[in-house]
Each structure stands twice: as structure tokens, then as C-alpha cells.
Design a protein around this ligand. Structure first.
Ligand code: C5P
Length: 238
């Protein structure tokens, strides 16, 4: 039986990825989604648009939670100093890659932020790992990185819904599981390979889900977000 954490306000468990190319577009999407979304992820695409901090501050001012998905990867000292730069701005989550020294450096400087370690990108499968020289199962590598993340002082991991049960049974509430790669069963997966639907993700023990294109590209993004919130209501009381 997978342990489900109820401590997180239900509506915050849906994190919408603002994968758009300008601050104006991001703000328009946030306005459109209104109260159906309380938590936003600002990642690589918007980070090169020229308005990253402007958008971050705008979201915080509107009472939204912000996840900086910068997937930091550099020598530990550079990561440490980059993490320190983000402190005190109202950021809730920040991602780093799951190498031990990088995770430790980030955890050391995290302040009020929660550090999430990327285990294995949800766009990768066993064959991709083989091309990188790794011969084991994806799930083994994800679990090893999750254990490393906890030992390094991180607060959670990014992992697909397929690996969430293993992580939760090993670490329970000590490690948050944030799950991207959310797709309706049988739907278009795009570049994502290890996908689950909303109900599977939470049923498997994810604490949060990250949804990008299924909301951004929906005919009615607010209705798509509301439908996800309705599914979540079946799992969490409030
Ligand atoms: O559009 P889609 O729902 O696939 O977007 C998923 C988001 O989650 C993207 O912003 C992507 O960068 C991010 N992400 C991911 N897999 C990871 C970590 C982050 O898809 N392992």
C-alpha cells in the first residue's frame, strides 16, 4: 500500500509548466487559468526569454507558488553560489541534477527553498540509458538517485509515476515525489516516454504532478486544469 501524504493543500498538487517563449504569454496563460492553478513551474524555455525574474516576482506577488526548474548542473561551488542567488525570492522548489556533490552543494545553500533532484528525465527509457553506457533498469537508477538525494539533504525527487511506488515504499514521506510526463492513457506522448495519467500518478504515490502541454495546448486550458483538479479531489480530501 503506497503511503499518501495529506499535508499538502490539494489544489497545490497540480503544478503547471509555463513552457512558453515570453513573459507576456506566460502571464496570459496564468490569467486564463485563474484560481484553478496555484503552483507554476518556470523552466528552461522561459529562462532564456529575458524575463525570468520578472515573471518569478509577478507570480509570487499574485500569491502563486513557484517552482524554478533550472536543473542545475555544474561544479559544486558554482551550483552552491547559483542556489544562494535564488534564496529570499519566494521560490518553493528548485531542481538540480542528481549527482551527489551537486545535490549536497544545493542542499547546503537552500535556505527556505526545497531542493528536488532530477533522477532520470521522463523523456528517457532503457535504450537511452544504454546509449549513455548504463546497463541496468531505469527504475534501479531512479531508486539509487532517490536514496542519494535523501542522503545529500534534498527534499524530494523528480521521477515518473512508474517509479513513484518504489521511491515511496523506500522513503515514505521523507522524500517528495514530483511527477512530470502526465498524459491521458492512450494519448499523444510527444517526446515523453515514461508517462502515466493523473489518477495513476497519485495512485502510485506522487505528491505533485507537473503538467505542461496537456494544459497549455488544450482548447480550454482552464477546463483542462479543472478536470485534473476534479480527479485529484478523488484522492485527497482538501
Ligand atoms: O509538456 P509536458 O507536460 O511534457 O511538460 C513537462 C514539463 O516537465 C517540462 O517543462 C519538462 O521540462 C519538465 N520535466 C520533465 N521531466 C523531468 C523533469 C522535468 O518532463 N524529469
Amino acid at each position: 500500500m503506497v503511503e499518501i501524504s495529506h499535508a499538502i493543500p490539494r489544489r497545490e498538487r497540480l503544478i503547471v509548466a509555463l513552457d512558453v517563449s515570453s513573459v507576456a504569454e506566460a502571464q496570459a496563460l496564468v490569467e486564463k487559468l485563474g484560481d484553478s492553478v496555484r503552483f507554476y513551474k518556470i523552466g528552461l524555455e522561459i529562462s532564456t526569454s529575458g524575463g525570468y525574474y520578472e515573471l518569478l516576482d509577478w507570480l509570487v506577488k499574485r500569491g502563486k507558488r513557484v517552482f524554478c526548474d533550472l536543473k542545475l548542473y555544474d561544479i559544486p561551488e558554482t551550483v552552491r553560489r547559483a542556489v544562494a542567488n535564488l534564496r529570499g525570492r519566494g521560490v518553493t522548489f528548485l531542481t538540480v541534477h542528481g549527482d551527489r556533490a551537486i545535490m549536497e552543494a544545493a542542499a547546503q545553500e537552500k535556505g527556505e527553498m526545497k531542493i528536488l533532484a532530477v533522477t532520470v528525465l521522463t523523456s528517457l527509457d532503457k535504450r537511452d540509458l544504454e546509449q549513455m553506457g548504463y546497463r541496468g533498469e531505469v527504475s534501479q537508477l531512479v531508486l539509487a538517485r532517490a536514496s542519494g538525494a535523501l542522503a545529500a539533504g534534498c527534499d524530494g525527487v523528480i521521477a515518473s509515476g512508474l517509479e513513484a511506488p518504489g521511491i515511496k515504499s523506500a522513503h515514505g514521506a521523507r522524500l517528495l515525489v514530483v511527477t512530470p510526463g502526465i498524459r491521458p492513457a492512450g494519448g499523444d506522448r510527444g517526446d515523453q516516454k515514461r508517462t502515466v495519467d493523473v489518477a495513476q500518478a497519485f495512485g502510485n504515490g506522487a505528491d505533485y504532478i507537473v503538467v505542461g502541454r496537456p494544459i497549455r495546448d488544450a482548447q480550454d486550458p482552464a477546463a483542462a486544469a479543472a478536470a485534473i483538479q476534479a480527479t485529484m479531489a478523488g484522492f485527497f480530501p482538501s
